[in-house]
Structures are given as structure tokens and as C-alpha cells.
Design a protein around this ligand. Structure first.
Ligand code: NOJ
Ligand code: CA
Length: 545
């Protein structure tokens, strides 16, 4: 089918997230690049993904891995050129793979021309109005306008030397934009058209729930801010009028045929997620519930029921995510003992302790991860995979402090080591200075155990994670059916559902085998023998009715 023929492609797509600086390095400077992606399109075709989502590849000083954008309508010269980008899109489209790019509208980088202009302009100027500036407190403005703490740790207000301070939700290199400013709004419409005109099929919207803000004259203190309900009227988060912005974006998306798509990164009260996924808005929203769920049958089933219900409310399809560039890889999360504090970011304490090997059961973590992935790929809706998970990669824990890059590491000494461990360049070959990532040393150090996970080590091995992913994606296409699911059984340990065409998915979340449900086994996340479904294993079955 040609790409143009299926405007609903996003409803059931398997989207593969590429973190461009860590995917493939064509010129050997240690940084993954667009020509590197181009050189690996055959890999993406063989994997069988429907689309790729590229994390930011725009010019950036990398204060936050590229989520600090200097220019929204260009390619970082270290990663290539716009011509390279066009060539990559053409090659992917040729293979039937769609392209989603990341839009970072909450903040620019501090090197963006607008921010430079704001710093060079006086308080009250039009240039400052594109951002969120406030006078400091005290006679000389030397005190911050409020005691707010940024999400990356440390103060959220930064002085500029003339009595004014600017607001940043994230790092100080990421000043927040003022979305009440018409010029800001128009410029993003230009950006959406810019990439849509280049053939981009969809957009992933960073921090989609924070654009609209209402700070007012009197700023509350942090403690008050934390207590305020996030039900549409919070000064910073998930304000109702953020959807006016996306209604405008939707008009732009619909200028194209097929309409461009979008998926919101919106960490909101779950019942408010459908607003983002509405067809008048972004159309789809990430469901991150599985990032926080343990490998537990009841938890998984609850997440599924809840999210299918949310999807029905918006008319969108649900999304499913187990890993991305912000969280500890799911093979590692599932190989650690459960955290004492269920609210703790999973795996964070282990990373902080330096990743003690005796606390991680690598084999079990991977086994569970593959079972969870196969479960997720059987669900109705769209699945987002993160580069390297198909290789069974674990989180890299032992990155020396002087090689770390994530600002959350630098802003939270002794508290958080950050997200570099899931952003290490992926291994393509068993050998070479960067396991085939490129001809030079990689920008983040790779551990020796990457060797066994290399693509070349798994190619042709039918028992490898890569082979399982390939087989699963191929079968998933063949088995595609109406977006419905019926539970057959869920006993806590065994969770078993059926899709309308007789495709059945059964996962044994427990540590003992259970009886294998009836039917022809199409695929299994670990070897099935006889009539037992092994521990921590998913099977896909076909049952003729
Ligand atoms: C969410 C992105 O996924 C994350 O990587 C980034 O640090 C923040 N947004 C800020 O842009
Ligand atoms: Ca490079």
C-alpha cells in the first residue's frame, strides 16, 4: 500500500524512537547523524516498523540532549544538512516508513535568536514578551520573583543582571516561551508547515501540557504551587486553554493530505489525557502508565482497561510505551527488586548506587521485558518502541561522572544520575571502536557487554531478542484487526485476551509455569515446550472459532 492510502495509519502504528545522536554515526565523529540513519534504513525495514520518531536533531548546544533548540527549522550541522534530512525522509518513505519529528514548544534554548534578542532588549520590550520575564524582589531586584524549583532541580528563575529574571521549567539553558504572545504562536505554525512541507508525517509534542501558563501579578510560593489542583486552572500545568493552541495546530495538520498527526507528551491527571488525544487537537497522547507499572498481571490489566476506556472517550487509539529516552530501560526495571517507595522513579536508586551488578538479574529482566513487549504488541492501538530495546539492551549504569551529559545529573548532585544510561550509542557490530556505531569513539562510553547485544550478533539467531521483535512486527501486521479486546482470563498470574479475529495473547506474569491455553502457538517470548506456558512468558495464539 502506498503511504498516501491510509490516513488512519497512526491508530495502529508501531513507531520506533530514534535518538539521533546515539543511533548511527556516518562520519566517525562520535555523534550519530542523519546520514547514519540513512545508512540504516534497511535495518528499520527489516525490523518492520511503521514509522520512526526522531528526537531533536536541530541545532543545539546539547544542554538537554537537543531538547534545547537553537533553530526549529534546521538540522544541527554536526548531524547533517536539510538535504540529508530530505534524503532520509525519501528513503524511509520509499520503504513505507513514516517520519515523526519532535517539536519542543515549551522552551527554546538560550542560544535561540529570540532569547539573545530578549537579553539585549530592555525590560518591558517586545523581545522580552516572547519569554516569561519578571522583576526580581527586593529594592534592587536581586531576589528571585518566587522560590520555584525547576523540574530538573535547582531554581526555576534565573537573573539576567538588570533586575529581571526569566522562568525555566527545565534547565537554565531552556527559557520558557510565553504562549500568550501571538508571534510565538505564529512561529510554531510556520515550523509545523516547514516540516510538513518537507514530507514529515507527524509530530511528537514535548511537554504538551505546559505551554499555557497563567502567572498573574502575585506569584504563589512553591509549596502552594504543589498543592494546587491540576484540573485546568493550575498556573503552570495542564491549563484548559492549552487546547486552543492545539486547535490551531490541527488546522495546519489538516491542510495536508493525509493530515499530519501528532502525539502529546502530556504528564497530566490520566482522566484529562483524552483532551490531548481529541481529533480537534493533537489526535493522540502518550500513555506512560506502563513506565510506572511493575511486571504484574493485575497492574497490566488495569492499565489496559483504563487506557482503552480513555481512548474510547477521545475516539483516538491508545498508545503503549515501555521505554524511551527519559526512563531506565525496561529490561533493567524488571530485573531489579521492587523499590521500597513505589513513587520512586524505577531504577533511579539503583543507578545512583552505581548500578550494583548483584542487585540486577539481567536474564530475568530481559525475559520479563520481552514478555511485556509481546503483550503490548498484541494490544489494540499504537506502540512506541525505543531504539535498542529490540536488542535486549539493559541500562548502562557505569558512566563516569566526567562523561555524563544529562543536566539532571549536574543539577541534582548525589540525588539523581540522570538519563544518559539509556542514551548510549547502540551496538551494531561485535567489534570496532564503538561496536559499529561509527568509526570513532562514541560520545557516551559503551560497556563491554554490548558486544553480545550487537545487531550482527543477533542477526540470524532465531532465539535473539531482535528475531523476536522482527517476527512480532511481521505477524502483527498480518493479524491486524478491529481495535477491540476481550479478556479471556486474568487470574493475577495469567493474563489472557482475545482480539476479534481469534488472535489471542496470554502472558504468564508469575514465576511458575501455568497450563498453556488452547490454540496454535504463533510466537512466544521464550521457548514453549509441551503444554505449559513458562514463567514470565507471553505467547500469541490463534484459535479457530
Ligand atoms: C521531555 C523530553 O522527553 C525530555 O527528554 C526533556 O528533557 C524534557 N521534555 C524537556 O524538554
Ligand atoms: Ca557523526
Amino acid at each position: 500500500m502506498s503511504l498516501a492510502e491510509d490516513p488512519e495509519w497512526w491508530r495502529h502504528a508501531v513507531v520506533y524512537q530514534i535518538y539521533p545522536r546515539s543511533f548511527a554515526d556516518a562520519n566517525g565523529d562520535g555523534i550519530g547523524d542523519i546520514p547514519g540513519i540513512l545508512s540504516r534504513v534497511g535495518y528499520l525495514r527489516d525490523l518492520g516498523v511503521d514509522a520512526v520518531w526522531l528526537s531533536p536533531f536541530y541545532p543545539s548546544a546539547l544542554a538537554d540532549g537537543g531538547y534545547d533548540v537553537d533553530d526549529y527549522r534546521d538540522v544541527d550541522p554536526r548531524l547533517g544538512t536539510l538535504d540529508d534530512f530530505d534524503a532520509m525522509v525519501a528513503a524511509l518513505h520509499e520503504l513505507g516508513i513514516r517520519v515523526i519529528v519532535d517539536i519542543v514548544p515549551n522552551h527554546t534554548s538560550n542560544r535561540h535568536e529570540w532569547f539573545r534578542e530578549a537579553l539585549a532588549s530592555p525590560p518591558g520590550s517586545a523581545a522580552r514578551d516572547r519569554y516569561i520575564f519578571r522583576d526580581g524582589l527586593g529594592p534592587d531586584g536581586s531576589q528571585p520573583p518566587a522560590d520555584w524549583i525547576s523540574l530538573f532541580g535547582g531554581p526555576a528563575w534565573e537573573p539576567v543582571g538588570d533586575g529581571q529574571w526569566y522562568f525555566h521549567l527545565f534547565a537554565r539553558e531552556q527559557p520558557d516561551l510565553n504562549w500568550d504572545n501571538r508571534e510565538v504562536r505564529d512561529d510554531f505554525l510556520t515550523t509545523l508547515r516547514f516540516w510538513s512541507d518537507r514530507g514529515v508525517d507527524g509530530f511528537r509534542i514535548d511537554v504538551a501540557h505546559a505551554l499555557a501558563k497563567h502567572l498573574g501579578e502575585e506569584l504563589p510560593d512553591q509549596a502552594t504551587l504543589d498543592e494546587l489542583p491540576r484540573e485546568g486552572g493550575h498556573p503552570l500545568w495542564d491549563r484548559n486553554e492549552v487546547h486552543d493552541i492545539y486547535a490551531e495546530w490541527r488546522q495546519v495538520f489538516n491542510e495536508y493530505s493525509p493530515p499530519r498527526t501528532a502525539v502529546a507528551e502530556a504528564w497530566v491527571e490520566p482522566h484529562r489525557r483524552p483532551r490531548y488525544a481529541s481529533p480537534e487537537g493533537l489526535g493522540q497522547a502518550f500513555n506512560f502508565d506502563l513506565l510506572e507499572a511493575d511486571f504484574d498481571g493485575d497492574a497490566f490489566r488495569r492499565v489496559v482497561d483504563f487506557n482503552l476506556d480513555l481512548a474510547a472517550q477521545s475516539g483516538s487509539s491508545s498508545t503503549w510505551v515501555l521505554s524511551n529516552h527519559d526512563v531506565v530501560r525496561h529490561a533493567t526495571r524488571y530485573g531489579l527488586a521492587l523499590p521500597d517507595d513505589p513513587d520512586e522513579r524505577r531504577g533511579a536508586a539503583w543507578l545512583l548506587a552505581g548500578g550494583p551488578e548483584d542487585e540486577l538479574d539481567r536474564e530475568r529482566g530481559l525475559r520479563r521485558a520481552l514478555a511485556a513487549t509481546l503483550f503490548l504488541l498484541g494490544l489494540p492501538g499504537s506502540a512506541y518502541l525505543y531504539q535498542g530495546e529490540e536488542l535486549g539492551l539493559h541500562e548502562v549504569a557505569d558512566i563516569p561522572a566526567d562523561q555524563r551529559q544529562d543536566p539532571t545529573f549536574f543539577r541534582n548532585p548525589g540525588v539523581d544520575v540522570g538519563r544518559d544510561g539509556c542514551r548510549v550509542p547502540i551496538p551494531w557490530e561485535r567489534e570496532g571502536p564503538s561496536f559499529g556505531f561509527g568509526a570513532g569513539a562514541p560520545h557516551l562510553p559503551q560497556p563491554a557487554w554490548f558486544e553480545d547485544h550487537a545487531v550482527s550478533a543477533q542477526d540470524g539467531d532465531p532465539d535473539s531478542p531482535l528475531a523476536l521483535y522482527r517476527a512480532a512486527l511481521r505477524l502483527r501486521r498480518e493479524l491486524r484487526t478491529a481495535e477491540e479486546l476481550e479478556w479471556v482470563e486474568s487470574s493475577g498470574q495469567l493474563v489472557h485476551f482475545r482480539r476479534p479475529n481469534g488472535w489471542e495473547v496470554a502472558t504468564n506474569f508469575g514465576s511458575e509455569p501455568v497450563a498453556l491455553p488452547e490454540g496454535e502457538v504463533l510466537l512466544a517470548s521464550s521457548p514453549v515446550q509441551g503444554f505449559l506456558l513458562p514463567a514470565e512468558t507471553t505467547v500469541w495464539l490463534r484459535r479457530s472459532r
